[in-house]
Write a protein that binds this ligand. Structure first.
Ligand SMILES: [Zn+2]
Length: 315
């Protein structure tokens, strides 16, 4: 059983000053689902210091969002790493940040760690991301996305979010993880909420001016930029025959992720499957590429559309 604490309101308020960017939050389920995941349930009420006290005491566990949509800024940057060898990568990043004059606090996690940097005032999400992506690239630390399945993840995960959107949330530090039923602490302080917060309070905070200087002339690396959402322009027909385009035949039902549209798979649909209309992923930047996640082949999909692939044709 993890320790139970009884923190004062001041401790909760200090936690909020340090970590809370907006009052939206989720509460982690008490017990894992069958698949082992322990999701957070988004709450409709705003976060307050009573809930934060319960989080610190160990009565419930919350997550927090990285971006305040009014300023597109965050009080912190968190680098999440949970792959093999990720702890070394975090130590390497921490050391390199120190060379830049930036203090970063390392928090343990279930499979790796989270490295936290705090702003003196909230910092623009886009600028934080430019800094850390470039730093990671320079060090050869893998970053998830942009073709890589394993690597660090950087919160804020978005450059900005629209009004009414939330972006990604991260487990709030110092609480009890409901999957392992234990707490994960920052390495360099005693193991109680007050001492941990005192340690974080003393860290040097990154100023907007310093961040400006550190990112001078930098941009987000190409591979990690969101794809341009320009409508796909068909190419001129070759040999008088029009190239097959899946988007002429299926209705997209939204986005699967930043790179792919989703739609009902025609072959699944023919078999009465894919009622939720999201098996087919279609690459946004080039809809000639599509795949059914239930495993239908290209031939089956084309046949289901009455557009069988001609054997002689180069497709
Ligand atoms: Zn299918």
């Amino acid at each position: 059983m993890p320790n139970h604490f009884c923190v004062g309101r001041q401790t909760a308020e200090e936690f909020m000053r340090l970590f809370v960017n907006r009052l939206a939050f989720g509460i982690q389920r008490d017990k894992p689902l069958h698949d082992g995941s322990v999701p957070y349930i988004k709450q409709t009420r705003p976060l307050d210091s009573d809930v934060v006290r319960m989080h610190l005491n160990g009565d419930l566990t919350i997550n927090l969002y990285a971006i305040n949509p009014q300023t597109q800024s965050s009080k912190w940057v968190a680098i999440d790493a949970d792959y093999d060898g990720s702890l070394e990568a975090l130590f390497q990043l921490q050391w390199e940040l120190k060379q830049d004059g930036v203090d970063a606090a390392l928090e343990q996690s279930r499979r790796g760690g989270h490295l936290w940097i705090f702003g003196e005032k909230p910092l623009l999400a886009s600028q934080c991301r430019i800094y850390i992506y470039n730093l990671a690239l320079r060090l050869g630390v893998p970053v998830k996305g942009g073709g890589l399945k394993e690597g660090i993840e950087i919160f804020p995960r978005q450059d900005e979010i629209k009004d009414g959107a939330y972006g990604n949330a991260i487990r709030a530090p110092l609480g009890v993880h409901r999957k392992s039923n234990r707490r994960y602490w920052f390495y360099e302080a005693d193991l109680n909420p007050e001492a941990q917060l005192a340690y974080l309070r003393c860290l040097k905070k990154l100023t907007a001016t310093d961040l400006e200087t550190l990112t001078q002339g930098m941009t987000l690396p190409q591979a990690y930029r969101p794809p341009d959402l320009v409508p796909f322009a068909p190419r001129a027909p070759v040999d008088g025959r029009r190239e097959f385009r899946i988007l002429d035949y299926v209705q997209t039902t939204g986005k699967q992720d930043v790179r792919n549209w989703k739609a009902q798979c025609p072959s699944c649909a023919q078999g009465g499957r894919d009622r939720s209309r999201n098996n087919l992923g279609i690459k946004i930047s080039d809809p000639r590429f599509y795949v059914c996640r239930a495993g239908c082949s290209k031939e089956e999909i084309r046949a289901a559309l009455g557009q069988p692939i001609r054997k002689s044709a180069t497709v």
